[in-house]
Design a binder for this molecule. Structure first.
Ligand code: SF4
Length: 347
């Protein structure tokens, strides 16, 4: 399925939002003004609160995904939240924040499809409030880890949001750790500044054939490896994320080929951390997603209910993770390898 964005740089430049919804109180906010100026062709619609649009009942996520609108809003309440247990890369204090909800890509396993009624992109423009919450937390626990790719892809829209430019200075001088998790190749703003040693740019991968089958709009594995290599050469810590690990009959050969592609381009020393996780979804989300795509093969075979989750049946799930873990151990030391067991599956 083609989206209005499709994620690569040339299309990003020419991207079009047909509608921009803005919260009325923000109509003179500098970021709102700049985005409305940038997307002049869009019809701008004012609303009181973004939930009026985003949480509407009877929306068609699948249809909206083809041409999502941009919603500009203010985030209120808790701006940083504790990650679920089992989510992290070795830190004792793990938090996530969501300056953006939803994604320009269209991965069939993405839990966002099951979580939100709408595929529209919500950008919270009160970056300063996110910055203040991060600074406050770093004041309390300077070793805190922050994950920004929980409800979105951290970098896919960075050329539009410019959020990485805003947030990186909060981690300057070795305070805390920020993970930017992405399937994009939007690295221009990072490459245009000095590398930040405590910002991990984590790239998510499935093997090429799987990516082509279930990750619509995502840049090719080859392009992502090239982007990762450029960042590593510029001194940025880079991470590898294999989450979810996806089954197919010939998965072992495909994952092996992926690891050869990656590790022949990047020495192990350049890798900050590697994580992997099983395909897993809360049953309710799975039901919603299956309803959206009843013809999807990914949802039709080899899955079972385990408690409140849907995951691979056994011994398929254990064998798959064990084999991938084993294959990875030939390239990465165990201290860099983490297994995610939280409830969500995002970028
Ligand atoms: S899995 Fe990640 S990259 Fe794919 S649609 Fe979801 S947020 Fe975007």
């Amino acid at each position: 399925m083609l989206t209005a964005w499709q994620g690569n740089k040339s299309r990003l430049k020419g991207a079009v939002f047909r509608f921009i919804y803005i919260e009325r109180e923000l109509k003179n906010h500098p970021r709102v003004r700049a985005l409305c100026d940038r997307f002049k062709q869009a019809t701008v619609v004012e609303c009181e609160r973004y939930q009026e649009i985003f949480n509407l009942r009877a929306q068609n996520f699948r249809l909206q995904k083809q041409a999502p609108a941009l919603i500009l809003a203010r985030k209120t309440g808790n701006l940083i939240l504790k990650t679920p247990p089992g989510y992290g890369i070795g830190g004792a204090h793990n938090y996530y924040f969501s300056h953006l909800l939803n994604c320009i890509y269209d991965c069939r396993y993405c839990f966002l499809q099951g979580m939100y009624r709408s595929a529209h992109l919500v950008l919270f423009v009160n970056y300063e409030d996110f910055g203040a919450a991060i600074a406050e937390q770093l004041g309390r626990e300077p070793e805190s880890h922050f994950f920004s790719g929980y409800d979105c892809d951290s970098l896919a829209l960075d050329a539009v949001t410019e959020f990485s430019d805003f947030v990186l200075p909060f981690f300057a001088g070795g305070r805390g750790l920020l993970e930017l998790r992405t399937k994009s190749v939007q690295t221009k703003s990072l490459l245009g500044r000095p590398a930040e040693r405590n910002c991990v740019v984590a790239f998510s991968f499935t093997p090429d054939a799987t990516s082509q089958a279930v990750e619509a709009g995502v840049p090719s594995v080859k392009r992502r490896i090239a982007a990762m290599k450029s960042l590593a050469e510029a001194g940025w810590p880079v991470g590898l994320r294999f989450d979810p690990v996806i089954w197919r009959p010939d998965y072992a050969a495909h994952y092996e080929e992926l690891f050869v592609q990656i590790f022949s381009a990047l020495p192990e020393a350049a890798i900050h951390s590697v994580s992997l996780g099983a395909f897993r979804l809360p049953s309710k989300m799975f039901k919603t997603m299956h309803g959206l795509y009843p013809e999807e093969r990914l949802f039709a075979f080899g899955l079972a209910q385990k408690g409140r989750m849907v995951t691979y049946d056994e011994p398929r799930g254990e064998t798959l993770l064990g084999d991938v873990r084993q294959a990875l151990s030939r390239y990465v030391t165990s201290k860099k390898l983490f297994e995610c067991q939280d409830l969500s599956v995002s970028t």
